[in-house]
Design a protein around this ligand. Structure first.
Ligand SMILES: Cc1ncc(COP(=O)(O)O)c(C=O)c1O
Length: 439
């Protein structure tokens, strides 16, 4: 066991570095970890997290960081929000597990009811808007959505997008079109999945005008699986009308529109479901990451007439665990009590500040995104995307107490907890400005 720094009542609201990084406890832990954990993990800088509070993270040596990663867009309500922690503690003291696959308990029904009331599907009098299946992760939610789409339509083909990330299990990995290393050596993958470019009308023209008539009859397509804003691919916001057109194509050919809201959902973009920005009603939605503020939980929401698979056809021991559901119920209340609105407002503050940096420094692009799902690209001196420079800047930020993550080819993503305030955004922008000045 590591002896941790003495716990203060609360962490400072700005970075506080007490020694050189990584400190001695961090170094010791990293050495232990790296000797025994999978080399497939992609750790960048040497952060060893010990304690979190809101947007602040303390490492094992007492250094405090401003966290604009939220543990890869997960801790929506901030680290260890007291309301979420209390809900978890109370639920844990009552019932840790009973398997929603075979038995009933209230936190799971309560969460399913809440998600059904809010699902971005058509309302119908006298019946819920949706049905919900609970999983443990985003990959597992997408895996189930793929199965459901094939089962319901009786069709096998699926269209997904280059740059998309949907997870690491076989179905989700086969939908993923992000980086070759994620697929290389793992074949054969799930057959029947075709990838086209993301976000442009030209790509949908290619689907309709070239693929449909020649190699991919639309009558054989079960689903088009799409991220509302492409996440790991670079926080790419599609062209206007892109999602609307996918909806039209799906409706015309009896194809299901499956929207992966694992990263963009749960309020991050300033709306509970990111697809609501386009007023499009999909057929199936997948959720995970922010849904339970850090406890592992995923969900498949579908229009009720689609989720008709019979008892035993799809299930999981842990999905919809009562503690995870209690955390999600508390999370949803906090999101709707102001955090979704804060994401929208703080997203504007962040994008305005990033805009000023882009005006001043040619190495950084204008920002893109919605709410607190925002990214900028980094360029070399000739104006080409520069992955190395991006990695270097993310690293330098860590050594100044700011936690960032990359995405896409050369982008820095900003996906902080939704509790972030304008002062913290200013601190983050100031650190970035100093780093850019030194380039
Ligand atoms: C859009 C999207 N879908 C699915 C996943 C996979 O989720 P998980 O890592 O929980 O399996 C991710 C993870 O980054 C994601 O961004």
């Amino acid at each position: 066991m590591l002896s941790l720094p003495t716990k203060e009542a609360s962490l400072p609201r700005v970075p506080r570095l007490v020694g050189s990084l990584p400190g001695p406890r961090a170094q010791a832990l990293i050495a232990r970890d790296e000797a025994v954990t999978s080399p497939s993990y992609t750790r960048g800088y040497p952060l060893v997290a010990a304690r979190g509070e809101g947007c602040m993270l303390e490492d094992v040596d007492g250094n405090v960081f401003l966290d604009l990663t939220a543990g890869i867009a997960v801790t929506a309500t901030g680290h260890a929000h007291p309301v979420v922690v209390r809900a978890i503690q109370e639920q844990a003291a009552n019932l840790l597990h009973m398997s929603g696959t075979d038995f009933y308990y209230e936190p799971m029904a309560e969460l399913a009811e809440a998600l059904c009331e809010r699902a971005p599907f058509p309302a119908a009098a006298g019946r819920p808007r949706a049905r919900v299946f609970f999983s443990n992760s985003g990959a597992e939610a997408n895996e189930g959505a793929l199965k459901l789409a094939r089962y319901y339509t009786g069709r096998q083909q699926v269209v997904a997008f280059l740059g998309a990330f949907h997870g690491r299990t076989y179905g989700a990995m086969s939908l993923t079109g992000s980086r070759a290393v994620q697929r290389q050596g793992f074949g054969p993958l799930v057959p029947g999945i075709s990838h086209i470019s993301y976000g442009t009308h030209a790509s949908l023209d290619y689907l309709e005008d070239k693929l449909f008539p020649a190699v991919l009859p639309p009558e054989e397509i079960a689903a088009i699986v799409v991220e509302p804003i492409q996440g790991e691919g670079g926080y790419i916001v599609p062209e206007d009308g892109f999602h609307e057109r996918i909806r039209q194509i799906c409706t015309r050919h009896g194809i299901l529109m499956v929207v992966d809201e694992v990263q963009a959902g749960m309020g991050r973009t300033g709306k509970l479901f990111a697809i609501e920005h386009w007023g499009v009603q999909p057929d199936i939605v997948t959720l995970a990451k922010g849904i339970a503020s850090g406890l592992p939980l995923g969900a498949i929401l579908s229009r009720p007439e689609i989720m008709t698979w019979p008892a035993g056809s799809h299930a999981t021991t842990f999905g919809g665990n009562p503690v995870a559901c209690a955390a999600a119920n508390a999370t949803l209340k906090l999101l709707e009590a102001g955090l979704i609105e804060n994401a929208e407002r703080m997203g504007r503050v962040l994008q305005a500040g990033l805009g000023q940096l882009a005006d001043r420094f040619s190495l950084v692009s204008a920002s893109r995104g919605k709410g607190l799902m925002v990214a900028v690209d980094l360029f070399d001196a000739a104006g080409n995307l520069d992955r190395e420079r991006r990695d270097k800047i993310v690293d330098l930020a860590f050594y100044r107490g700011l936690l960032l993550l990359g995405c896409g080819k050369a982008a820095i993503r900003f996906c902080p907890p939704l509790v972030i305030d304008a002062d913290q955004i200013r601190v983050a922008l100031d650190i970035l400005r100093q780093i850019f000045e030194e380039q």
